[in-house]
Ligand binder design. Structure first.
Ligand code: 5GP
Ligand code: ZN
Length: 113
């Protein structure tokens, strides 16, 4: 998508701190980290959010989770990490390109909200 912030990051048109890339997935550090480790994992294929995942594009989601496992090893997240995907307005999604937040490096609360 031409007017999508994360598609522009994948294309290198907007700089980012890359931590992982393969044919299907790109991952980079969040510009406004909410934990000592805060990485965004995104499919290279433009998918708007979890609400747009279907049987045709779900392989891209599987690829993201395979990447998450790799990134956790690469970053040494042996103590654990949290994966979050905000979907839509009520969840506070601000960038309409499917992304998974990896949060780690601190003891997080038991509750999400
Ligand atoms: P959301 O709020 O949609 O779940 O998450 C979007 C995330 O993208 C936010 O955590 C925000 O800090 C991050 N973000 C927004 N713009 C940029 C950017 O230009 N570069 C990077 N690295 N992260 C960004
Ligand atoms: Zn996009």
């Amino acid at each position: 998508m031409t007017d999508c912030l994360f598609c522009k990051i994948i294309a290198g048109e907007i700089p980012s701190t890359k931590v992982f890339e393969n044919d299907a997935v790109f991952a980079f550090r969040d510009i406004n980290p909410q934990a000592p480790v805060h990485i965004l994992v995104i499919p290279k294929e433009h998918i708007g959010s979890c609400a747009d995942v279907n049987a045709v594009n779900s392989a891209a989601v599987a690829a993201c989770f395979e990447a998450i496992s790799e990134i956790a090893k690469q970053e040494g997240l042996d103590n654990g990490f949290r994966v979050i995907s905000n979907c839509g307005a009520d969840a506070g999604q601000t960038v309409p390109h499917l992304h998974f937040h990896i949060l780690a490096g601190t003891q997080m609360g038991e509750k999400l909200l």
